[in-house]
Design a protein around this ligand. Structure first.
Ligand SMILES: C[S@@+](CC[C@H](N)C(=O)[O-])C[C@H]1O[C@@H](n2cnc3c(N)ncnc32)[C@H](O)[C@@H]1O
Length: 280
């Protein structure tokens, strides 16, 4: 018979392992949340005990079970036009500065990490189309990444609930979405404007190919990290950005506390961080 008891020591072993793999730090107060999901996977994989399950998790070559569990452990809360002031900052201050310094006609590159179910990168694409004067003069690439493969499939599908779109002005909702039995389907122009990829921000092998970004949005992820993984994330983004590139964080997150690599830039719309122009 299955024994799905998870002891304090099991919890601690798991917590340490998961932290190393993802950068996500579970406090003791998250014990119920974590145990519930572990028990679900122990049962679904017929592992009988935590010990068997943990062995599978650590040593399975494909990493498939770790991905299933990660999909369950992530918090994917997001919605369209969340922290809209940063999108205003993007079109009014950040992009004008970036294109004024550009010496080539290559696309302006934006990395949205993490994207969750896509509301943030699609909001950016929509914002640029509606409010950025440079949209006809410059090509834009928006790459949106997340560790969670299930949420990325939702992002690619572009189907949203009424709750997800409730901050959108009615005029934009009518212009860019089609109403259907399941809610609101985003139009193909926006869907095709964003490329979604699976990336674990805490895994060097995953982030190595991400380079030459002009702007990074990393909002509402660092709150789940501890100081060590936040610092590593700051360094990863630094390597991923061009000199003079900008990074926007969530309203409760600050780069100054984490790393001295970036300059603080106070624009009228928002405070953001910049990789120094003289950096390599
Ligand atoms: C709260 S959502 C934030 C979504 C969006 N940026 C926003 O602000 O609305 C956090 C997302 O971070 C993702 N995540 C957690 N750890 C990650 C990691 N190590 N690498 C990449 N994504 C991660 C989760 O899957 C989740 O979708």
């Amino acid at each position: 018979m299955a024994d799905t008891t998870i002891s304090q020591l099991d919890f601690e072993k798991f917590r340490e392992f998961f932290y190393r793999k993802t950068g996500i730090q579970f406090e003791a107060s998250k014990r119920y949340f974590v145990d519930k999901r572990l028990v679900e996977r122990i049962e679904l994989t017929d592992s009988s005990t935590f010990r068997n399950y943990f062995t599978k998790l650590r040593f399975e070559a494909s990493g498939e079970e770790l991905q299933h569990l990660t999909n369950l452990m992530t918090v994917n809360e997001t919605y369209f036009f969340r922290e809209e002031y940063q999108f205003q900052c993007l079109v009014k201050s950040i992009l004008p500065d970036i294109v004024s310094r550009k010496t080539d006609k290559n696309p302006v590159r934006i990395w949205v990490m993490p994207s969750s179910s896509g509301e943030e990168p699609y909001s950016i694409a929509l914002y640029l189309l509606e409010y950025w004067a440079g949209i006809n003069d410059w090509d834009i690439e928006i790459i949106a990444s997340d560790i969670d493969t299930k949420i990325l499939a939702q992002a690619r599908a572009g189907q949203y609930s009424a709750r997800s779109v409730q901050q959108l002005p009615e005029m934009l909702l009518r212009k860019y979405f089609k109403r259907n039995a399941n809610g609101h389907q985003i139009c193909d122009d926006l869907r095709n404007a964003v490329e979604f990829t699976r990336v674990n921000l805490s895994e060097r092998a995953d982030t190595r190919a991400y380079r030459d970004f002009d702007v990074v949005f990393c909002r509402n992820l660092l709150i789940y990290f501890d100081d060590v993984s936040r610092k590593a994330a700051a360094e990863t983004f630094y390597d991923a950005m061009k000199p003079g590139g900008y990074i926007c964080l969530g309203h409760s997150e600050s780069m100054s506390r984490v790393s001295s690599l970036y300059k603080v830039r106070k624009f009228p719309e928002a405070i953001v961080y910049q990789k120094p122009l003289e950096a390599k």
